[in-house]
Design a protein around this ligand. Sequence first.
Ligand SMILES: Cc1cc2nc3c(=O)[nH]c(=O)nc-3n(C[C@H](O)[C@H](O)[C@H](O)COP(=O)(O)OP(=O)(O)OC[C@H]3O[C@@H](n4cnc5c(N)ncnc54)[C@H](O)[C@@H]3O)c2cc1C
Length: 477
Amino acid sequence: MALDVLVIGGGNAALCAALMAREAGASVRVLESAPKAWRGGNSSHTRNLRCMHDAPQDVLVDAYPEEEFWQDLLKVTGGLTDEHLARLVIRHSATCRPWMVKHGVRFQPSLSGALHTARTNAFFMGGGKALMNAYYRSAEKLGVQIDYNAEVDEVELDQGRFVAAGVKHKLPDGSVRRERIEAKACVLAAGGFESNREWLREAWGQNERGEYPADQFLIRGTRYNQGVLLKHLLAQGADRIGDPTQAHMVAIDARAPLYDGGICTRIDCVSLGVVVNREARRFYDEGEDFWPKRYAIWGRLVAQQPGQVAYSIIDAKAVGRFMPPVFEGTKANTLPELAQKLGLDENVFMQTLNDYNQACRVGTFDHTALDDCHTEGVTPAKTHWARPIDTGPFYAYAVRPGVTFTYLGLKTDETAAVHFNQVASPNLFVAGEMMAGNVLGKGYTAGVGMTIGTAFGRIAGTQAAQAALKEQGHAVA
Ligand SMILES: Cc1cc2nc3c(=O)[nH]c(=O)nc-3n(C[C@H](O)[C@H](O)[C@H](O)COP(=O)(O)OP(=O)(O)OC[C@H]3O[C@@H](n4cnc5c(N)ncnc54)[C@H](O)[C@@H]3O)c2cc1C
């Protein structure tokens, strides 16, 4: 019998779609490009999702009403959002958790070190890896067919209607078996293109120093989000949303692996010290705002520096005030020694540090508030938490831009349909990072990626099942 719903991708959005379609009575097959051990895409790196609630709810304290969530989204996107779709996602976040729990997901309160998130974000017990394992287990139990090592590189369309997908099964001996899979409806949930280094290179281009900045980027998540389907669909005339040069980028440990370093590669001491570039010069206000509100701008700032590298410098006073990185930093008893160990010009480095130290106007240091410790007479200024870096031992962490996800995607509507020339496809739907740009045109607020993927994954799965079952009805009639 012909397949009802084909789901392409194997992360949160894909599994939400698969489970909903199956619950609606459709036969479902999931194609995941990664091998089983690496299944789950970027979703397996996550920790939480952002949820609205009008009163305390199990792991969430106080209230986080729809309007506040919407204002947060509006602020970070600078208006690059669709209010109708954004509110749909926000409302969905109030009701999705019991369904997640039904499929084996467990929640826990936010950790005490995770500033301000106890009210807004529900944390997955065991992180995204446990969440994805729960969804896969549930899908298998419900009879969803799952293929790993199955990369879709072709989608056959007939005037905007999905017909079939061309899949490359990567076999254990390294060979490839091709298959053409027809289905009555299809959900695309294959992530962004952040793992595709050539595409990043093309999008970022060459800078005034003749460098290709993207060559130095590290990818925080999966290697499997190559954007193959995104490119293929755009080439076939699917309506697009978002800017290919926009990506969520964080400054991460320069020693992180090229892919899958995940959250433990973050360097969280920027606001407690200073950051210098390869030329040993500061380039931005390290104390502009609370770190959780600013961490996502530092990837781009570092990307603009020579060699796309920078060094976060702290002294002994900062130790114990931030989540320590997994690997120890470069340690030295004096600042000149630190400069030598980092291979930086010692004279320029000392000039930068001395200028900064002399400019510090220390008031009452308080890292939990926008305190009054600031600089005067140095450029760039440090507007909060400015204290001289004068107490050894001194530490440095080299950082590089770490790409979380890209924003380019497919245009959609409240039914999650893919659009061609502004006409909604009757049986091709999209969810997750492949369409997140409709809600999040730029910027980020923690946990919203999983909120969008959960909401649209579930909508896409329901719509795909309806489209498939409607077609079945026609066939019977
Ligand atoms: C380190 C890190 C931490 C994060 N933390 C959070 C967090 O705590 N909260 C939050 O909300 N967001 C977080 N995010 C963002 C979040 O991961 C994404 O918003 C979300 O996972 C997107 O879900 P998705 O299902 O669209 O994509 P993914 O989970 O990336 O899934 C895409 C899937 O498609 C598969 N695929 C790709 N191409 C093909 C193809 N051609 N054929 C078949 N399969 C294909 C991939 O293998 C993968 O399984 C984090 C991201 C990273 C990298």
